[in-house]
Design a protein around this ligand. Structure first.
Ligand code: GLA
Length: 390
């Protein structure tokens, strides 16, 4: 019996889970071949799966009970536009395995997700990665983690049509409990192994908590602003005559950009990569994590002023968290809505959370909700008792 087969439930069904993420720092750097530093959060999507001896693929979600999908595996490539929106994520993963030559017929996958959608916490990557680990174990156990990340990203980019980078999928697959994942996207893409590092991240040991406050203002990545920012970064790189903004080492080189918008976009990417390097170095060296606070603040200010992906609601939440005594606070994820993080003393957490909520309510913004971000494990099999091994 292999390690994974131990987790077969009595009905022959097996379970997997994949987490959402928050990025400590390193926003809009992934598709510029840059640096990111996410942790996995304890909110996950679970997938229960089994194989049947037929040619069908079936997916169902507890959150969308009225929208189950059942279709022949051979129709995945042609029926995409007829599928309910949620089902395109897991079926995109199944289709991508099929496109790469794996036998994917006779699959049944049932999903149950606790990562709020549109909150900037990577619910779609959690859904794709839960599907990806399940399909790997059921159909293609030879697929390694790198390819799995690529499959989950291709499902979002090509099947769903959301032009994301690899931050979310890499975080969901590679993160480990108690660590932040330092990922150099360029090095990761170029190497057969390596390109990332697990950096110990244990805030409780120093009397700190990382609050994730979901403002309730949702975003949609398949539409609008995110793709526009990607295009602006590509245009800035082209104007500078480089393949990607990662090729620029020094902000002085940006003086070649005459378009003020492209200049600010590129300046964000460069300064954000520097912040990732500095935060990673502070954590690696065992510094007091309070020292990363000003870098979180600077990251938000750059996303607001240079990259222009923050919103009034996110800015108000960040301002309220700082006023309430957070060491640092910033929006997380792609922006245009979603969540903020706030680094706070454990003793002050309840007060900061309350003051942010009250401040948003007083301005007539949606109800905010808070989760605590403890660095959890990445995707994998779950035993019948619900425990994630390792
Ligand atoms: C979204 C995308 C990621 C990344 C972030 C911004 O979450 O899915 O690839 O670009 O935005 O850092």
């Amino acid at each position: 019996m292999t390690e994974r087969e131990e987790y077969i439930t009595p009905g022959g069904r097996r379970r997997w889970s994949a987490p959402g993420r928050v990025n400590l720092i390193g926003e809009h750097t992934d598709y510029n071949d840059g640096l990111v530093l996410p942790i996995a959060i304890p909110l996950v999507v679970t997938c229960e799966g089994v194989r049947h001896a037929d040619d069908l693929v079936r997916v169902v979600s507890r959150q969308r009970p009225g929208e189950p999908v059942r279709l022949p595996a051979a129709a995945l490539a042609t029926e995409r536009d007829l599928l309910p929106g949620w089902a395109r994520y897991p079926l995109g993963v199944v289709a991508e395995f099929g496109r790469r030559g794996h036998e994917i017929a006779g699959l049944e996958l049932d999903f149950d997700g606790a990562v709020p959608a549109g909150a900037g916490l990577s619910s779609s990557a959690a859904l794709c990665c839960a599907a990806a680990v399940a399909v790997r174990d059921l159909c293609a156990p030879e697929v390694g983690d790198r390819e799995l990340i690529d499959i989950a990203r291709a499902a979002e980019n090509d099947y769903v049509g959301a032009p994301t980078g690899i931050l979310d999928q890499a975080a969901s697959i590679l993160c480990t409990a108690g660590h932040a994942l330092y990922l150099d996207v360029r090095a990761f893409g170029a190497a057969d192994s390596g390109g990332f590092e697990q950096i110990p991240f244990d805030l409780a040991a120093t009397g700190l908590r990382l609050l994730v406050i979901d403002t309730g203002q949702t975003h949609e990545h398949a539409a609008g602003g995110y793709g526009a920012r990607r295009a602006e970064c590509a245009a800035a790189a082209a104007a500078l005559g480089v393949a990607s903004l990662r090729d620029i080492d020094d902000a002085g080189q940006l003086s070649g950009l005459t378009d003020p918008v492209l200049y600010r976009r590129a300046r964000h990417v460069l300064s954000e990569n520097d912040r990732v390097r500095t935060v990673a170095e502070l954590l690696r060296s065992g510094a007091d994590p309070r020292e990363i606070g000003p870098l979180l603040d600077a990251g938000h200010d750059s996303l607001r002023a240079d990259f222009e992906v923050s919103t009034e609601v996110l800015d108000a939440a960040v301002d309220a968290a700082r006023t309430a005594g957070a060491y640092g606070s910033r929006m997380v994820g792609g922006g245009f809505g979603g969540s903020i993080i706030a680094l706070v003393d454990t003793a002050a957490a309840g007060r900061v959370e309350r003051e942010v909520r009250e401040s948003l309510a007083s301005k007539g913004f949606p109800d905010a909700r808070t989760i605590e971000a403890v660095a959890g494990p990445g995707a994998g099999p779950v035993d019948p008792g619900g425990r994630v091994p390792g």
